[in-house]
Design a protein around this ligand. Sequence first.
Ligand code: SAH
Length: 227
Amino acid sequence: MKGQQTCAESRRRLVESLRREGIIRSEAVERAMLKVPREMFLPPSLRDKAYLDTPLPIGCAQTISAPHMCAILCEHLELREGQTVLEVGTGSGYQAALLAEIVAPSNTSQPGHVYSTEVIQQLVSFSTQNLENTGHSDRVTVIHADGALGYQEKQPYDRVVVTAAAPAVPSPLIQQLKDGGRLVIPLERSFFMQELYLVEKKKGREVRTALMPVAFVPLRGRYGSRP
Ligand code: SAH
C-alpha cells in the first residue's frame, strides 16, 4: 500500500487532470475529490491503483466507478450544502462520501445528509466500515434495501442518484424527489448501450435530458433487469 503522502499527491494530480479535461467544473466537486481518499474504499490489494481513472472490482461482481464518472455524477446533480440526497447502489461507499463532502462538509452546521441503499449485505458491511474509517459515517447512512423502491422514511429528497443501470426510471424515485429536484440515472437503451439521464421535476412534471453514453453494472431487484 502506498504511503499517505504518495496517495495525496496522486490524488492531486488526478483531480488536476480531470479539471483540465473539463470534467470537474465546480469548486465544490474539486474540493470533494481532493478530500476523499479513494484508496480507503478499495480492497487492500488494489489500493495502489486508487488514482488510475478506471473502475475497479470491489467483490461480489460489483465495481467502484471510475473517478471521472463519480465527478460527472456530482456535477450533473448540482449539489448544494444542506441538501438531502438519496443514492441507489452504495457499493464501496466512495460516491456517497463525495456527495456528503458537498452537501454536509464537516465544518458546517447545515444538516445535509446522504441516505445510500445497497442490496448486497457484504457490500453494506464493506461500505459502512469504509465510511467509518474515513470519518463520513455521521453524514452518510447506509441502508440494506432495494433502493429502487426509494427510502420512504426520509423522503422527499433534493437529489437522487442511481449508480446501477435500470431498464426505466423506477417510479418511487420520482415520487420521492422534491419539486425542483434533480435525479441522475443510467438507463439501458439496447443490449450493450446505456445512457446517463438527468430527470428534473418541475411543477410536478418530469423533464428528461440524455447526457452521455455510459457503462454501469445492472440494477437488481423489483425495477431491475436482474433478480
Ligand atoms: N456508487 C458505488 C458504485 C457501486 S456499483 C461506489 O461508489 O462504489 C453499483 C452498486 O449498486 C452495486 O454495489 C450493486 O450491488 C448495487 N445495486 C444494484 N441494484 C441495486 C438496488 N436495486 N438497490 C440498491 N443497490 C443496488
